[in-house]
Design a binder for this molecule. Structure first.
Ligand SMILES: *[C@@H]1O[C@H](CO)[C@@H](O)[C@H](O)[C@H]1NC(C)=O
Ligand SMILES: *[C@@H]1O[C@H](CO)[C@@H](O)[C@H](O)[C@H]1NC(C)=O
Ligand SMILES: *[C@@H]1O[C@H](CO)[C@@H](O)[C@H](O)[C@H]1NC(C)=O
Length: 449
């Protein structure tokens, strides 16, 4: 059985799901199923469109996950997707046509109603769903835009946390330089309540999880759209004292190029799993931005959280167990490819792949559809060029257009449309500034997408 956080929320009086959800589930198309969570890759919904759900969170209700975030295509509007496996997402639609400019939307369930809170002009704006399901495209505006008690601060980024006992909290980057936590009061509609904590820290993008009685607050620093090392604070009571400020990932990786958006807890039959839901923003925070979801390892002895950096992974939503792809046996070692130009073979790898060199793999067996191909390579200077792949002689595609982590991590899975039977893949590079070369270990070809 699933433990669904909303069923324990004491703001909740009745949870009536049933017919509507069953109907929605039946709408999930049988398009090519996605079988891995691949941080940084371009994620598409079941219709093949890019998923637009930034600055959001995931809410589990019974066996279904609802991903709420914003897409700017329609003017920064809350956008809803649903899935039973966190990989294959059906687009429910934009939640409303009554508001634009709503950033970092979050679902809140109270008194039998589903609400969306989002940040519009640095104030809380409330939407309410017309019926008993959160999967609606007809949310309407309710209440009045609100500043934060007690001193009417405005805020930028916001998050929501529901405690085991059911108390719900609003997390915000208040007045630019404070991380403020307020109660969320029940009622119809819900309203922002008293302040319970105030950390004097210039941080943003807050999310929270609780494990073994310890509250962990995850925040980023403030560097615009550029990634920075996200930090972890902890406390044994939500009102503090808050301590810590440790890195959630090795500092030099800037949170593997991402910014926190929310934390997801899956209470499985075997284990409870926590997942970091992050955004990998492009330089302007556009819809071209991607996502970084990674399992979190929690230490309540050192009061730290650490991201588990997997290139391809899955979580079983009923057991909570994480599995990850093993890259131990690369399908093609680079040295077994056809090496052109001045590149140099060293053992099983090919070094010094510059703009006039490349490595070609023939006989890459495809299934006539999209499948993951992981490129294992490093570059001499990630800002001085791009690695690309050409499939069957077609125009080269930059790997960074297929996976935001290209150049930054050593295993880059990308979804390639391969024809049935033998394919030819050529790996090469383009230098944009000064010296740039890649060192290719090989490629791993997966049967699945
Ligand atoms: C590979 O490199 C050679 C030059 O060394 C070039 O002629 C050829 O067009 C390249 N192939 C691809 C697919 O980039
Ligand atoms: C790939 O990247 C190179 C180097 O930045 C750039 O010159 C080229 O236009 C890019 N190719 C595409 C198809 O965007
Ligand atoms: C990396 O490349 C960039 C862009 O060409 C350049 O400005 C920078 O100096 C390079 N870094 C190193 C360490 O060479």
């Amino acid at each position: 059985m699933f433990a669904t956080p909303p069923t324990t929320l004491h703001l909740i009086s009745d949870m009536k799901f049933g017919a509507t959800f069953t109907f929605l589930l039946s709408l999930i198309s049988i398009a090519l199923a996605v079988s891995f969570i691949v941080p940084g890759a371009v994620w598409t919904d079941t219709s093949g469109a890019k998923i637009l759900a930034h600055g959001g969170h995931v809410m589990q209700v019974d066996n279904t996950f609802y991903w709420l975030g914003y897409g700017s295509a329609a003017g920064v509007v809350p956008n809803i997707y649903e899935s039973t496996d966190l990989m294959n997402w059906e687009h429910v639609g934009f939640a409303t046509d009554q508001v634009t400019g709503m950033y970092r939307p979050k679902f809140i369930y109270s008194g039998g109603k589903w609400y969306i809170w989002g940040q519009v002009n640095r104030e809380i704006v409330t939407l309410v769903a017309p019926g008993s399901t959160l999967a609606s495209t007809e949310y309407t505006l309710t209440g009045s835009p609100a500043l934060l008690p007690p001193d009417s601060r405005s805020f930028s980024d916001m998050g929501v946390f529901v405690d085991d006992g059911g108390d719900a909290y609003f997390l915000s980057s208040a007045d630019s330089n404070n991380l403020q936590i307020n109660n969320i009061d029940g009622g119809s509609p819900i309203t922002i309540g008293t302040r319970v904590a105030d950390l004097e820290a210039a941080v943003e993008a807050p999310g929270m999880l609780k494990s073994d009685g310890v509250y962990f607050l995850v925040v980023s620093q403030k560097t615009g759209w550029a990634a920075n090392p996200d930090k972890v604070y902890w406390a044994t009571s939500i009102d503090g004292p808050w301590q810590g400020g440790t890195d959630i990932a090795p500092e030099s990786t800037n949170t593997y190029g991402s910014q926190n958006s929310a934390e997801l807890m899956i209470v499985g039959s075997s284990t409870t799993t926590y997942i970091f839901l992050g955004d990998i923003w492009d330089s302007t925070g556009s819809d071209a931005s991607n996502y970084e979801w990674l399992p979190i390892s929690v230490s309540t002895s050192s009061n730290t959280l650490t991201l588990q950096d997997y290139a391809m992974w899955t979580v079983n939503p009923s057991s909570g167990v994480i599995a990850f792809a093993n890259f131990a046996n690369t399908t093609f070692n680079a040295a077994d490819g056809i090496v052109r130009g001045s590149a140099v073979i060293k053992k099983r790898a090919v070094h010094n792949i510059d703009s006039s060199s490349n490595v070609t793999f023939t006989n890459v067996i495809g299934k006539g559809d999209k499948q993951w191909v992981a490129f294992k390579y490093t570059v001499s200077n990630v800002t001085a060029g791009e690695a690309h792949v050409s499939v069957n002689g077609d125009a080269p595609i930059n790997l960074s257009d297929l996976n935001s982590r290209a150049g930054y991590r050593s295993t880059i899975p990308v979804a390639l449309a391969l024809k049935e039977g033998a394919n030819t893949l050529t790996f090469g590079t383009t230098a944009t500034g000064g010296d740039f070369e890649a060192h290719l270990e090989g490629i791993e070809v997966f049967d699945d997408y």
